[in-house]
Structure formats: structure tokens, C-alpha cells
Design a protein around this ligand. Structure first.
Ligand code: TYD
Ligand code: MG
Length: 473
């Protein structure tokens, strides 16, 4: 006899409990448990297994890898180079891709452009729009699309109906905008809740694998940056792409945080224009403001996947009014900043323990690589001493806890790119410089040496830096 059962599910991570909890023991979220009705699910696999063991013949036989057709050659292009690169060289048929990003960042626009290009290349496409009406999609398509007439639109949010329509249409690519608007009648909870979203993703996963249709799910992101509610989704999909950037600026970046078919190092850069998102092929001049040297601004030569480009790191240091000084970052890891401040305090004797420190990567981009340490450290030193770096100097290098500089990957490329965009000199870890044997590189083996090389060598200014060296410990 079946009885109505309800469970309590954490809307952040999907943990299930028999009773309501105020605090999720898994992900630490507060007040995240919601009650959901459990529907009876017949364990198909188990029901069949008895027969299969008896040699019923319906169970699939294992295959040798040699007998499996390789799908590597089957990838098709999204028509947008930046996106193809992030995906690992195009879309793999039958894959399930999740695109996450804050509201207003441009997910619907980007995916509409993808549908347009794929339709333009002669493949059948379908847009399931739960958030906007077909008329709204049409208005947007008129702005951003060339071949919009060929895109099929389905304005429906009932999951089973959507799956049925998609299976019947059998398109090469279906975009679901957004997965949080779909609901299945099998669950009592609201659209966007963990069970609904998981059910929808599961249904599309089965559809993608069974029919070879590529499914791209659009998902919203919470304030904390997780794909809203269900992190569970990230386990189910083949690829998770994060669309980031400052909504108030023009530039957007796209990264894979998970990719079963390619690397996760690649970075796609787009510019939001009046006619949709435009890929930025040469980002080198993007993130520099070109105003010349100013105290607190240092140019880092970044490498993201196969891209190499300069970014400006900006710092502001001011005496703190609080008992615990603030460390605020924008586009950079906060813990990494704390480490760099500790190294500056200890090894460069900068008196930062009672100062607020703010660090921003200009242009709204996020930089994760440790090679950005030196630029951050020099920006803070420059801000604290109110001395700009020498003109036309760029830097890169990882800082260790001992204050030494560690070599970074691809130093040669970074130096080449710096020269290409007009920097006269690069301050970098000594081993990178030795490999170069290069006039353009000033090699330093520790933070203090890098500071001596990077700052303007006029005596008055050097005096200021030296004076700050003698302060403190
Ligand atoms: P949208 O794709 O709707 O974002 P999301 O689906 O991630 O919520 O795009 C949102 C913003 O993009 C919107 O505020 C307006 C801007 N935009 C342009 O600047 N140019 C365009 O051509 C389009 C279509 C949108
Ligand atoms: Mg949208």
C-alpha cells in the first residue's frame, strides 16, 4: 500500500531529510529546507534485473571501446568562435550544457544568437521559452538575428509537454530558457525548486542521450554565484558554462567550470552592443584604461587558456576606521589578497595591518591565476606609497609565502604580448627572465627586488619606497 510521503529538501544543495532543519549540514545554508511530496517511482532497473539474469536478452550488452563510434569528428560549430573555444571546439551532439549567469547578463541574447547561427547553418533549432512570450523573443530576434525566421519557438513550461514536443520536432539544438521556469505535475513544489529543476534536467538528459539532440539549459545564478538552488544540476550536465561580467559595463566573459569534452581553462570574451553580443577577438586593449601611470595601478599580463592579454590591477589603501581593517576585492580572490598583504607586511615592511585595502581588476573581469600576485602586490605598494610604477612597465609573477617570486607558465608569451601592446619592460620572476635572456625583461627573484625594478628610479621616489621599507617590524 502506498502512502503519501513528503520529504524536506535543501533548496541550495538538494540534501533530503525526513524532518525540517533550519541549517543544512551539507552546504551550511540557513532556512533552505522546503517540504516536497514524494511521488512513487518504480525502480525500473530492479524490476527488470531478475529477467535479465535469467537471460531474458533485453539488457544491453557491454561494448568494447573499439566498437564505439568516436564522436570527436561530429562536433558542430555554434557559429560563435568564442563560445566554440570555451566548449572545447564546438558542440558535441547529444550533450547537455548548462549556462549560468546573473539575470540581465545576456544569457538569452547569447543563446538566441547561437540558435540563429546554427539555424543559419541549416540545422533545425528550437527555443523553449518559459520566461518570455514568443512575441518578446521575436522582438529580440529582430535586433540580434540574421536568420531568425528559421528558429522554432515553443512557449510552454509544463515539462512533460515540452519533452514531448521536443522529441517530436527532433531538432539538432534545443535551448531551454530557463530551466527554472519548467514544472512537472509529478511534484507539488513550485517551479525552480530543487526537485522540479532536477526532474527537468533529468528529463532533458535522457532526451539528449537518446536522440542526439544538443540541449542547452539556461539557469539563473544566486547572489553567491551558484546556479540557483540545485548544485545537483552541475553533476548531471556534461558542461557548465558561467557567463560573468558587470551588468553595468559592456564586457562579458564566458568560462567552463565543468567540461566533459574539453578544457576548463578557456575564456570567451564578448562585448554587449546594441545588436547583441559581439565576440572580442583581440582583448589586449580592452582592460587598459590608457591613462598612463598612476599610483595604485599596475598592468598584469594574464594568460587564460589560449588567450594572453594585459589587465589593469587597481589598489587603494587607506587608514582604517575599524578595529578589523577591511580587505575588499573585485575580480580577485579575497584569501589570496590576505596572503599577499601578509607577505607585503612581513617582507616589504609595508604597514598595512591598520589599513583598509581595496583591490579591483579593471574592466569587470575576474583573474584567478597565481601569476597575478605580483601585480596585486605592486599595486598595493604603489597605492600605499603614492608612487606610480615606471611608465610602460607591465608585470607578472607568483609570490610565495617567503616573499620569493615563482616562475609562471608561458612567460615568453606574456613578454611577447606585453611588447606587442606597447610595454617597454616587463618585471617578472628571474627564471622566466633567464629563459628569455631578454632586454625587455627585468628579472627579480623576490618581492623586494621586483619593487626596486618596477618603481620609477628617480631618487626622491625611490627614497619614499625605501623609507616605507624601513618602517614597521
Ligand atoms: P538578456 O539576454 O535578457 O539577459 P539574461 O537572459 O541573462 O537575463 O540581456 C540583458 C541585457 O542585455 C538587457 O539589459 C539589455 C542588454 N541588451 C543589449 O544591450 N543589446 C541587445 O542587443 C540585447 C538583445 C540586449
Ligand atoms: Mg533571459
Amino acid at each position: 500500500m502506498s502512502r503519501a510521503t513528503t520529504v524536506f529538501t535543501c533548496s541550495q544543495c538538494g540534501r533530503r531529510e525526513a524532518k525540517w532543519l533550519g541549517h543544512c549540514p551539507d552546504c551550511g545554508a540557513w532556512d533552505s529546507f522546503v517540504e516536497e511530496a514524494l511521488t512513487e517511482v518504480t525502480p525500473r532497473g530492479r524490476a527488470r534485473s531478475g529477467k535479465a539474469q535469467g537471460g531474458g536478452g533485453s539488457a544491453p550488452a557491454p561494448l568494447r571501446l573499439a566498437a564505439v563510434a568516436s564522436s570527436a569528428t561530429e562536433r558542430f560549430s555554434t557559429g560563435i568562435d568564442e563560445l566554440d573555444r570555451v566548449l572545447g571546439g564546438g558542440i558535441v551532439p547529444g550533450s547537455l550544457v548548462l549556462v549560468g549567469g546573473e539575470p540581465g547578463i545576456g544569457k538569452s541574447t547569447l543563446l538566441l544568437q547561437v540558435l540563429d547561427k546554427v539555424a543559419g547553418a541549416g540545422r533545425s533549432t528550437l527555443l523553449v521559452c518559459g520566461e518570455e512570450s514568443a512575441a518578446q523573443v521575436k522582438m529580440r530576434a529582430e535586433r540580434v538575428c540574421a536568420a531568425s525566421d528559421d528558429i522554432a519557438v515553443l512557449a510552454e513550461t509544463q515539462l512533460e509537454t515540452v519533452i514531448e514536443s521536443v522529441a517530436a520536432a527532433h531538432p539538432a539544438l534545443v535551448v531551454v530558457d530557463s530551466v527554472q521556469t519548467l514544472y512537472s505535475d509529478g511534484f507539488t513544489s513550485a517551479p525552480g525548486s530543487v526537485s522540479q529543476v532536477r526532474e527537468a534536467a533529468g528529463a532533458f538528459l535522457r532526451l539528449a542521450k537518446a536522440t542526439g539532440t544538443v540541449v542547452i539549459l539556461i539557469g539563473h545564478v544566486t547572489k553567491e554565484g551558484a546556479i540557483a538552488g540545485p548544485r545537483v544540476l552541475e553533476h548531471m550536465v556534461d558542461t557548465t558554462l558561467q557567463f560573468e561580467g558587470d551588468r553595468h559595463r559592456f564586457y562579458r566573459t564566458l568560462r567552463a567550470t565543468k567540461n566533459r569534452f574539453g578544457s576548463t581553462d578557456e575564456l570567451g570574451i564578448f562585448e554587449m552592443t546594441g545588436s547583441g553580443l559581439v565576440p572580442v577577438a583581440d582583448p589586449s586593449r580592452l582592460f587598459l584604461d590608457g591613462a598612463g601611470p598612476s599610483a595604485g595601478a599596475v598592468v598584469h599580463i594574464a594568460v587564460e587558456g589560449t588567450r594572453c592579454f594585459p589587465v589593469e590591477v587597481q589598489a587603494l589603501v587607506s587608514r582604517s576606521e575599524m578595529a578589523v581593517p577591511r580587505r575588499v576585492t573585485n575580480g580577485f580572490d579575497r584569501n589570496r589578497l590576505a596572503m599577499i598583504i601578509a607577505v607585503l607586511t612581513r617582507h616589504a615592511r609595508l604597514p598595512l595591518s591598520s589599513h583598509d585595502v581595496f583591490v579591483t581588476i579593471a574592466g569587470g573581469i575576474r583573474i584567478d591565476e597565481p601569476a597575478a600576485d605580483l601585480a596585486v602586490a605592486l599595486a598595493i605598494a604603489s597605492a600605499e606609497c603614492d608612487v606610480p610604477l615606471s611608465p610602460r612597465v607591465a608585470v607578472f609573477g607568483e609570490i610565495s609565502l617567503t616573499g620569493r617570486l615563482r616562475p609562471c607558465s608561458q612567460s615568453e608569451r606574456r613578454v611577447g604580448e606585453a611588447t606587442r601592446v606597447g610595454f617597454a619592460r616587463v618585471v617578472a620572476p628571474v627564471s622566466g627572465a633567464a629563459a628569455q635572456g631578454d632586454q625587455r625583461v627585468s628579472g627579480a627573484d623576490d618581492l623586494r627586488a621586483a619593487m626596486a625594478l618596477a618603481f620609477d628610479p628617480t631618487p626622491a621616489r625611490r627614497g619614499h619606497i625605501a623609507a616605507s621599507d624601513d618602517k614597521g617590524v
